[in-house]
Design a protein around this ligand. Structure first.
Ligand SMILES: NC(=O)c1ccc[n+]([C@@H]2O[C@H](COP(=O)([O-])OP(=O)(O)OC[C@H]3O[C@@H](n4cnc5c(N)ncnc54)[C@H](OP(=O)(O)O)[C@@H]3O)[C@@H](O)[C@H]2O)c1
Length: 386
């Protein structure tokens, strides 16, 4: 990651939430790699030493830690669910006066919990971040939202400047991201500059296959591979690579002309499920296609409680989405314009990338090796990711 030369030649002081998570870790590495900035990171930790250890362990786990980063990372023990982000009044005020920009990527990402369980971290946390942004001097905020907050049932295309739906999809996590965007919109109306980055699904790194295994889609995949069955279904899956998301966000954020607008960051190419099944089969896994309801019923009956997919089984809808209620297409016009000429593009979820990610998941023990190795032998070794 070369030092960025487009703006901000003078080192800045940033504040980042979510640095121990998947997206936040990559955003942190990208910021540190492309700028000379110092980054204060909110982290759930008992003290600074524990905080830096958690951040370092997270980046190391994703294969993106560099020792030279450490002097520019300042852990800030705290908690999104608490007033003043869990800091003392004095610490909060000092931080507010020290920082120039805020990146807010922290959230409780849980598709099972109800809204009430997510509200404190996702809505309250965002309100406290806004409070920090307006304390002492006003500073811009870069907020990681989710496309889901914008989706209305039955909608076919979601544009970056669409108004927020009057009410969100009835799903706790989506409701919390929608309510957080409402808080952001209220702050914007009062003059706060907030750039909003809305990812769709974020998946593995395009060159290493590294991903986080707590992801809903991967848990479900684990269950499907365990049972050897997938639903016969025409839906497409839109997954962006984490390196695309983090470098796009950081690039856009570093240009002052881009500040204060919404950006959709999705893969320009959704992949039909039958094509993805073929790429998984060519890695060596056996997968039989079953009618949707038969597949759902069999997963529910056969997967043991110890299965990685067990906790997400209740989230599988009883029936597949009818054609008119499938995932909408995501308009990314402003993001694409902001990224034009940079070479920052999203890798397609082709056979190479699917095999790379499956190889990573086998290497870390999340998935068993395929029974039939097929072409997997070419990609499961770590040399394929070097
Ligand atoms: N991954 C995706 O596909 C995707 C798609 C759309 C939108 N997003 C959005 O992207 C952002 C990052 O998601 P992610 O996938 O990177 O999630 P993640 O891996 O679960 O990371 C969440 C981060 O938020 C922190 N966090 C959670 N609760 C907190 C609290 N009470 N106090 C302080 N920090 C707290 C976590 O800290 P701990 O390590 O202490 O838990 C972690 O650093 C979220 O806003 C999410 O809504 C993600």
């Amino acid at each position: 990651m070369p030092a960025d030369d487009q703006s901000h030649p003078a080192p800045r002081t940033l504040f980042l939430t979510g640095a121990t998570g998947f997206l936040g870790a990559f955003i942190l590495a990208e910021l540190l790699g492309r700028t000379a900035d110092t980054v204060h990171c909110l982290v759930r930790a008992k003290d600074d030493a524990h905080g830096i250890e958690r951040i370092r362990d997270g980046l190391t786990g994703f294969g993106i830690w560099r020792d030279e980063y450490q002097p520019r990372i300042r852990p800030v023990p705290g908690d999104l669910t608490r007033p003043l982000l869990g800091m003392s009044e004095q610490t909060f005020s000092r931080l507010a006066s020290d920082i120039d920009v805020i990146y807010h990527a922290g959230a409780q990402v849980n598709f099972v919990y109800p809204y009430a369980a997510l509200k404190a971290a996702n809505v309250g946390g965002t309100q406290e971040v806004i409070r920090l942004a307006v304390r002492h001097h006003v500073k811009p905020v870069h907020y990681v939202s989710a496309i889901d907050a914008m989706v209305k049932l039955g909608e076919v295309r979601v544009k970056e400047d669409d108004p927020l739906p009057l009410s969100p999809i009835p799903h706790g996590y989506v409701q919390s991201k929608w309510a957080a965007e409402r808080a952001v919109a209220a702050a914007q109306a009062k003059g706060l500059q907030v750039s909003i980055y809305r990812p769709w699904l974020i998946g593995a790194h395009s060159q290493t296959g590294v991903c986080h295994t707590s992801d809903y889609v991967l848990r479900l995949l684990h269950g499907c591979l365990e049972a050897g069955i997938v639903p016969s279904h025409e839906e497409s899956l839109n997954i962006s690579t984490v390196d695309f998301f983090s470098s796009a966000l950081v690039h856009i954020s570093l240009n002052d002309e881009n500040i204060g607008k919404p950006y959709h960051l999705a893969n320009p190419r959704g992949e039909p499920l039958p094509d993805l099944y073929e790429r998984i089969r060519s890695f060596g896994y056996r997968l039989d296609e079953l009618p949707y309801e038969v597949w759902r019923d069999r997963l529910n009956r056969t997967l043991p409680p110890a299965s990685a997919a067990y906790s997400v089984l209740p989230l599988i809808p009883e029936h597949p989405a009818p054609e008119g209620a499938r995932h909408p297409s995501i308009d990314c016009t402003r993001s694409l314009a902001a990224l034009e000429g940079t070479g920052i593009t999203c890798a397609p979820l082709d056979e190479r990338l699917v095999h790379l990610q499956l190889g990573y998941l086998v290497d870390v023990g999340f998935l068993p090796p395929p029974e039939h190795t097929g072409r997997a032998e070419l990609t499961t070794t770590s040399t394929a990711r070097a």
